[in-house]
Design a protein around this ligand. Sequence first.
Ligand SMILES: [Zn+2]
Length: 305
Amino acid sequence: MTNRIALLAAFVTLGCLGALGAAVAAPAETAATPKPQQPQSVPLSVELLRGGVYRVKGGSGANAGFIIGKKEVIVIDAKMTTESAQAMLAEVKKLTANPVRYVVLTHSDGDHVNGLGGFLPGLTIVAHENTKRDMEEAFKDPKLRALLPYLPNETFAGDRPLNIAGVRVKLLYFGPAHTSGDLVVYLPDQKIAFIGDLAFLGRDPLIHRQKGGTSFGLVQTLKKLLALDADTFISGHNDPLTKADIQALLTAIEEKQAKVKALIEQGKSLDEVKSAFGIVETPGPGGRRWPSLVETIYLDLTERR
Ligand SMILES: [Zn+2]
């Protein structure tokens, strides 16, 4: 992997960091929306959660994690650039001589997968089959073509219990939500779940309808998360979350869905629904537009797929 590719990858925000830059919300929500996280502004660091499970924050891209097993290391998500992935692997090396043999991807967004080029070849890259499909599509971009050797090589369609590196890992698939390939990496012994971008705090959740995501699927997924015997939820863009955080997010989405549904039943158009929520849209970087949760709900309720 060349530096050039890494630099290019850094500028291609296929995922959530790009979305964080777009203010698409009601004024009250805008006030509560944290400033976009600036890639590279915070140095990468690792934090021990418990039982050999670590969270990786800072650097470029979303939070990641790793689990030190008896003989091997499992990494969860790959950061957004080669440099950031290598910085993460350097931190792993400080803690264990065990090699990194597995990377589990929570979904296909660039801020979670574009750092794969920083890993050594010969990895087992585990993902839902829909995530692989989305990555194949994204890696057609000439700027990302160098990542083609890093497409997932172990994929599946449903849940998968794994016992890798002496660690009990349950890979759970609850159906389309943020994308159509969201995996929850559940560690029953540590009561920790890595949930990718299934939860955002302090802003509306982001749902990629173009990747098969759906707000109603997200509600179902959040309910399943609440049913897990876990007390710590590691998301891509927040500090560790609790069940109370997940419950609050679930309630907020359900309330919004009910309000949008009522407005549709009154015959309101999408523009009328948006203005009922006071939504003022501003284009994101490069004129990119990210629909608000209200628009996503409206489309979920009115468009057949
Ligand atoms: Zn994402």
